[in-house]
Design a protein. Structure first.
Length: 266
């Protein structure tokens, strides 16, 4: 039985990295595939928000983020010149321990809070691994793998590269999300905190728009975000400002990075 388990684990490992060597996940390519393509492959998702679908597969959990469509903005779902329901990114979270081969030339960023977590990126191919290491071992284990737009697609389709588009306004959300998984939210908040740590001239603003029929959940979300950013990510309280916006059809969170001297977003 032992040799069979080892063979099975190695087969799964090879399968994952054969997929990761390309620019797509099972034929689904960011900025080119659509929600229809995903549902043709995987069916209707058991869990989904307005712009995110989550699938629990046998070997991995997969989260797909979709575009909200034009006009161009600076949020998570509207920062690309693509139609509504175009795939923006895919995150694969393996259910089994998969070792990572770091022999390829990746750009490496170490988490500022947890030195055992690192991000290995290949921007040309649009791949980003989140990797866990051990203080007592040299083994690297895959926590998640993000399939993102390639460098070429970023040059061709990113809204910020279009002259005179509306994403160049002074204050626009850098991220905007609704009902997503806790892992996905943590990744977004971690990146937000990293940007604030890198740029001391920026202030962070978080606005929570509660669901009209469930206003108490908006307050709970604010409390969770404050605790995560200040206590878990250790941001100084004077760098981050949280507030509640008007209620909406679904709970939404907006994250802003605002240079010092500019007014708070409204």
């Amino acid at each position: 039985m032992t040799w069979f388990r080892r063979f099975l684990s190695m087969s799964m490992l090879l399968a994952v990295f054969s997929v990761a060597s390309g620019k797509d996940w099972r034929g689904i390519t960011p900025l080119h595939s659509t929600r229809m393509d995903v549902e043709k492959l995987l069916g209707r998702p058991p869990s989904q928000g307005k712009y995110v679908s989550t699938y629990a597969l046998d070997t991995e959990t997969v989260e797909v983020i979709y575009a909200s469509g034009p006009p161009c903005g600076a949020g998570l779902t509207n920062s690309w010149r693509v139609p509504k329901d175009t795939v923006l990114s895919i995150r694969a979270i393996p259910k089994n321990e998969l070792r990572f081969d770091s022999s390829r030339p990746y750009k490496i960023e170490v988490d500022p809070i947890d030195p055992l977590i690192s991000h290995y990126s290949d921007k040309e191919e649009g791949l980003r691994y989140t990797i866990s290491s051990s203080a007592s071992s040299s083994e690297l284990v895959v926590v998640s793998l993000d399939y993102l737009p390639t460098a070429k697609d970023d040059r061709d389709l990113n809204c910020s590269r279009v002259k005179g588009n509306s994403s160049n306004r002074l204050i626009a959300p850098v991220e905007k999300y609704g009902s997503i998984s806790q892992d996905r939210e943590s990744a977004i908040l971690d990146n937000f905190a990293i940007e604030l740590r890198r740029n001391k001239e920026m202030r962070g603003f978080v606005i929570v728009y509660p669901q009209c029929r469930k206003a108490k959940k908006g307050f709970a979300k604010l409390r969770y975000l404050r605790n995560y950013l200040i206590n878990t990510r250790r941001l100084k309280p004077n760098r981050i400002f949280l507030s509640e916006g008007d209620c909406s059809d679904e709970l939404l969170v907006e994250l802003y990075l605002v240079p010092k001297g500019l007014p708070a977003p409204r």
